[in-house]
Design a protein around this ligand. Structure first.
Ligand SMILES: Nc1ncnc2c1ncn2[C@@H]1O[C@H](COP(=O)(O)OP(=O)(O)OP(=O)(O)O)[C@@H](O)[C@H]1O
Ligand SMILES: [Mg+2]
Length: 248
């Protein structure tokens, strides 16, 4: 209840549609959150983030935008189609924006007069304006940004903490729920600034068990406002969908 005793508007949650995981999250991801999807290379961060947008489009008719800054769109689509996802089925709802050339110069954006020349406008501002433009034409509720290290490279790496703080604030102001993919070293003891700035943190790993077996794991390290499980789950992609099972 609010101070004036009027009921608060019901909170909107987005399901991850990872079987078994939404229950662990207590229903899903609160609307407006900025979620970090972190993990070492190859832990299925991109596939998971896209799958969340894909499933929400199919099941809830939710619009999404996936910005790939690192991997080319064709390489991402190849990976997703190999996993059985049919991008054409949701192409009117989930836009994949290929900004993988951003590091090479972002010719398309630079060409647009409103952005000015690169010397006049830092790349991060150009990117923000681009996302705002995309949102105007395609009002998405879910956004995936793949990935944070590339953002840092284009923003020049200087004053990392301040830049990240401002960027996360800007993301929250966009009024959507976002997934920011972040590549981290396998050392779980290293804590990053973004871990504090994000509202939620999903951590993906690959763990060697015994001499030969390697399992994919997923853990919700934090999710503001949610009484979530902090357990470590085994993550599998089977029969066209993600699922988790609790590690005993
Ligand atoms: N059915 C499947 N089809 C294709 N790849 C699969 C499948 N199941 C698991 N994978 C794995 O998915 C991995 C790639 O997933 P993805 O690109 O989402 O990971 P990532 O964490 O984003 O990687 P990167 O750090 O390179 O960005 C591959 O290395 C492959 O082992
Ligand atoms: Mg990836």
């Amino acid at each position: 209840m609010n101070a004036d005793d009027s009921p608060s508007p019901p909170m909107r949650f987005y399901k991850t549609y990872v079987q078994g995981f939404d229950e662990a999250l207590g229903g899903g991801i609160p609307k407006g959150h900025v979620i970090l999807v972190s993990g070492p290379p190859g832990t299925m961060k991109s596939s998971l983030a896209y799958n969340i947008l894909y499933q929400n489009a199919i099941r809830e008719d939710v619009k999404g935008a996936y910005l790939t800054l690192e991997q080319s769109k064709s390489s991402l689509e190849f990976q997703l189609s190999r996993m059985g996802m049919d991008m054409e089925r949701v192409e009117d709802r989930v836009q994949i924006q290929d900004l993988s050339r951003i590091r090479l110069g972002m010719e398309e954006l630079r060409g647009k007069a409103r952005f000015g020349t690169p010397a006049e406008r830092p790349w991060l501002d150009v990117l923000k304006r681009h996302i705002e433009d995309v949102k105007e034409g395609h009002p998405f509720e879910l956004l995936a940004l793949d990935s944070l290290p590339v953002l840092e490279i284009i923003s020049g790496l200087r004053e990392r903490r301040i830049n990240l703080f401002q960027f996360f604030g800007w993301l929250k102001g966009l009024g959507c729920t976002s997934f920011v993919i972040s590549e981290v070293s396998p050392d779980p003891n290293i804590v990053h600034d973004e871990d504090f700035l994000a509202d939620g943190l999903l951590y993906l790993t690959m763990e060697k068990v015994g001499g030969l077996d390697v399992y994919r794991r997923m853990r919700c390290v934090k999710m503001r406002g949610v009484n979530h499980s902090t357990g470590i789950y085994t993550l599998e992609f089977k029969e066209g969908g993600f699922k988790v099972s609790q590690v005993i």
